[in-house]
Design a protein around this ligand. Sequence first.
Ligand code: BDR
Ligand code: CA
Length: 318
Amino acid sequence: PIPVIMDVDTGVDDALALLFAVRHPAIDLRAVSCVAGNTDVDGVVRNTLTVLELAGAPEMPVARGAERPLIEPARSAQHVHGLDGMGDLGLPAPTRTPVELDAVSLLRREILASPRKVTLIPTAPFTNVALLLRTFPEVTANIERIVFMGGAVEIGNATPVAEFNVWHDPEAAAILLSAGVPLTMYGLDVFRQVLVPEDDIARLRASTDPVLRMTGDLLAHRDPDASGDPSPTGCLGDAGAVCAVADPGGLTTRLLPVEVSLAAGPTRGQTIVDRRPRPGEAEIHGLGREQPVVDVALEVDVERYVKLYLETVEGQGV
Ligand code: BDR
Ligand code: CA
């Protein structure tokens, strides 16, 4: 299996992502680091431990990370993910506890200790990842790639042009983009598309297995959008980024230069993806480009990822 570390702000859809990672046989989830985002970092730690415990995940280190972005104050998304950051489902408090180490130290330890290069999957604001890259740049030698949920080629959610994870800490996103390791951007364009049909959600919610009932309840959660309208149910959200690691063939990607707007004002946190036609794709691997080149997800095979997700969490194998 692929050694994987997740960095999360659990979060309704981060919970769906953790459930999938724990249950997919090709993924060896080694550790989880927590960061402020959907809710405050202590809430994220609690939600993450609860989900791992209810899912029957093997014991693994979970660490508390950044309380706030590098520069901005923390701005939670409780209006989207509920007061507890998890859709207010009334899940029990965990009996598991976080490790004593802070998130950056845990990430460093687990990445350097891994006999195989690690795939990092951040599905949250990139504060922990940026602090890691700046504090211990040697970790990049043992990172296979970073598959991150964040950014948007087209339309944002936190603002008309900015996606939440990038918008919450744009400077951290800029540091991530210059990490110097292969990057895959699973942005809002594909994130929004992968929707589990209503009858599958109803089947999960009627299950006798409490983990499947929780999965169904999480999928039934509707995020209000920026204008207050409820989103469609069934969005796999962050879990799609983990599907992209388990089954990369379900995505159509293209290597493109990506830049984050750090300007104050209405573009702050926008990911500017350069899709201008160019003579040959090979050219963009050349030295001397100013913007980092990222493998950007442009299309997703929705049915394939829905099937993969449901078969994995429902335990029918893949
Ligand atoms: C991202 O922000 C959070 O609300 C979700 O968990 C996801 O990671 C979507 O913009
Ligand atoms: Ca998230």
